[in-house]
Design a protein around this ligand. Structure first.
Ligand code: DUC
Ligand code: ZN
Ligand code: ZN
Length: 475
C-alpha cells in the first residue's frame, strides 16, 4: 500500500509567506508532507508549470437567503458552492439571516437544513442580527457564539435590517463579552432614504440613480460611526465591502491609532464603476449593489488598501439575482424605481481570477499577498486557521492548482452559478484555477465538475484570534 493517497508533483507552492518548489503529499484529506522525492501515491497529479495555492476562502457570500416578497436569490447551497469550486474556492462563509421577529436559533436551524447534503465545498455561517431582542442578546447569541458561530454582521441601513446606534452598542457589548467578531455594513440609512425620496420626486428612477442615492459621504459617515461605536465598546470590527478612498482612510486612521479595525473590499470596487449602472433600459440593474461601484480614483484607492494591508480580506459579496424574469433584477416594482431593484451582484467564481489577473499579473500585488487576501487572512480572521487557508503539514488538503498563463475572456458560462449573467462579462483574464480539491478530494478539474454535493462539510469555528482582548492593539 502506498504511503500517500495523492501527491501533487512538480508545482510551485505559494503561501502567504513563501513561494517554493515542492511536492505536496496528502493522506486522509490532510497535507502530510511537503518536499521533493516524496515517493509514491495512489494518485499523482502533475503540477508542472502550475501554482499550488491554498483553496480560496470567500468569507462574504449570500446563498439561499430569504428575500423581500417576490424576489428570489439566484443561488442556493448547491449552485453557489458549485460555482465557488469552479473559481478555486474550497470554503465559503455565507450569512444566516435572522428575520425580524424570528428567533436566531430557528434561523440557524432552517439555514442548516438548506445546506445539508448540498455543498460541494466546506461552509461555515456568519449570523446576521436584525432583531436584537433581550432573548437574542442575553441567550441565543452568546450560546451560538460558543457553539462556533463566532462572527455576525449588522446593517446600518435597509428597512427591516438597520440597527440603531443603541442596538449596535447592544450587540457590540455581546461581542465584547464573548470574543465574537462584528462585521458592519456601513451606510447611513436616513441619508439614503432622504436622497432616494428626492430622486424619485424628481423622476430620477432609472437604475443609475442607485449610485446617486448613496454617494461616498453616506458610506464614509457610517464607517466613521461604526468605528467609533466599536471603539466605545472596546471591540474589534470588520468593515465589509468598502468601496472608496474616504471610507478606506477612516479605517486606516483607526488602524494607525492602534484600533483593531479590519477592512474588506470586493471585485466590484476594482473593476466596475458607476458608469456601468448607466446602461439602456434595465441593463444598469445588473450592477446594482451596495455600496455602489464608484469611479476610477476609488478603484485606485481600493488597490492601495489591498497593497498596504488596510484591507486584509478580499471577498466577493456574492449576492446574485437573475436578470431575466420577474423575481430578480427586473422585478416589476424595480422597473418603477431603482429603490426596489434587488441589491447585489454575483461574483463567487470570478473573485479570484479577477484578483489574480488584475492584481498579480498586472504587478499590483505579489503572489503571497494574493494568497493572504484570498485565503489565509480569511481563515485567520474567522477562526479557521491553520486548519484552513494555508499549505502546511497538518492542514486540510484544500488546494487550488492554478495555470498562471491561461488566458480567457470571462463569460458567464464558465462560472456555473444559478444566475443568468455576470457583471464581469467580457473581462480579459490571465490565470485560472484548473483544479480545485477539498480535503484531498477533487471537486473541479479542467473545467469539469467531478465532486459531489455531499462532500462539503459544515465547519464550526474558533473565536477569531484577532478578536481577543478587546478592540485595541495592546502595546
Ligand atoms: N450588503 C451585502 O453585504 N450584500 C448584498 C447587499 C448588501 O447591501
Ligand atoms: Zn452589506
Ligand atoms: Zn453581502
Amino acid at each position: 500500500m502506498n504511503r500517500f493517497d495523492t501527491i501533487i508533483r512538480g508545482g510551485t507552492v505559494v503561501t502567504a509567506a513563501d513561494t517554493f518548489k515542492s511536492d505536496v503529499a496528502i493522506k486522509g484529506g490532510r497535507i502530510v508532507a511537503l518536499g521533493l522525492d516524496l515517493g509514491e501515491a495512489e494518485t499523482v497529479l502533475d503540477a508542472t508549470d502550475k501554482l499550488v495555492l491554498p483553496g480560496g476562502i470567500d468569507s462574504h457570500v449570500h446563498l439561499a437567503q430569504p428575500q423581500a416578497s417576490g424576489v428570489v436569490i439566484a443561488d442556493d447551497f448547491l449552485t453557489g458552492t458549485r460555482s465557488a469550486a469552479f473559481g478555486g474556492n474550497t470554503t465559503v462563509l455565507p450569512f444566516c439571516l435572522q428575520e425580524k421577529g424570528q428567533s436566531l436559533r430557528e434561523a440557524v436551524k432552517a439555514y442548516h437544513a438548506e445546506a445539508e447534503g448540498r455543498c460541494f465545498v466546506d461552509v461555515s455561517f456568519h449570523l446576521i442580527i436584525s432583531d436584537p431582542t433581550e432573548q437574542v442578546l442575553g441567550q441565543e447569541l452568546p450560546a451560538l457564539i460558543e457553539a462556533g458561530y463566532t462572527s455576525f454582521k449588522v446593517f446600518m441601513t435597509y428597512d427591516g435590517l438597520a440597527l440603531t446606534d443603541w442596538q449596535m452598542l447592544d450587540v457590540m457589548a455581546v461581542a465584547r463579552e464573548t470574543g465574537a467578531l462584528v462585521m458592519v455594513h456601513a451606510e447611513n440609512y436616513d441619508a439614503i432614504r432622504f436622497l432616494t425620496d428626492r430622486l424619485e420626486k424628481a423622476g430620477k428612477t432609472a437604475p443609475k440613480y442607485h449610485a446617486a442615492s448613496r454617494p461616498i459621504p453616506v458610506e464614509r459617515e457610517a464607517t466613521h460611526r461604526a468605528i467609533s461605536l466599536a471603539e466605545l465598546s472596546d471591540v474589534p470590527v470588520m468593515i465589509v465591502h468598502v468601496s472608496n478612498r474616504e471610507a478606506m482612510e477612516e479605517i486606516r486612521r483607526a488602524q494607525t491609532k492602534g484600533l483593531k479595525v479590519f477592512g474588506e473590499t470586493c471585485p466590484q470596487y476594482l473593476v466596475l464603476t458607476e458608469r456601468d449602472l448607466d446602461k439602456i433600459d434595465m441593463e444598469g440593474a445588473k450592477f446594482v449593489c451596495s455600496p455602489p461601484p464608484r469611479d476610477n480614483e476609488s478603484q485606485v484607492a481600493c488597490w492601495e488598501g489591498l497593497q498596504q494591508g488596510v484591507f486584509s480580506v478580499f471577498s466577493s459579496d456574492h449576492c446574485p439575482y437573475r436578470y431575466e424574469g420577474d423575481a430578480g433584477k427586473q422585478l416589476p416594482k424595480g422597473k418603477s424605481s431603482f429603490r426596489w431593484v434587488p441589491n447585489g451582484i454575483p461574483g463567487i467564481a470570478a473573485r479570484l481570477p479577477i484578483l489574480f489577473s488584475e492584481g498579480v499579473v498586472k504587478g499590483r500585488i505579489d503572489l503571497n499577498r494574493f494568497v493572504a487576501l484570498s485565503a489565509t487572512n480569511h481563515a485567520k480572521t474567522y477562526g479557521l486557521y491553520p486548519r484552513k487557508g494555508t499549505i502546511a503539514v497538518g492542514s486540510d488538503a484544500d488546494i487550488a492548482i492554478w495555470d498562471p498563463e491561461l488566458k480567457q475572456t470571462l463569460s458567464h458560462t464558465m462560472l456555473h452559478d444559478g444566475c443568468d449573467y455576470s457583471p464581469y462579462e467580457g473581462l480579459e483574464i490571465t490565470g485560472w484555477p484548473v483544479l480545485t480539491m477539498v480535503r484531498g478530494t477533487i471537486v473541479v478539474r479542467n473545467g469539469a465538475l467531478v465532486g459531489t454535493p455531499r462532500h462539503g462539510e459544515y465547519l464550526p469555528r474558533e473565536k477569531s484570534a484577532l478578536a481577543q482582548d478587546g478592540g485595541r492593539n495592546r502595546r
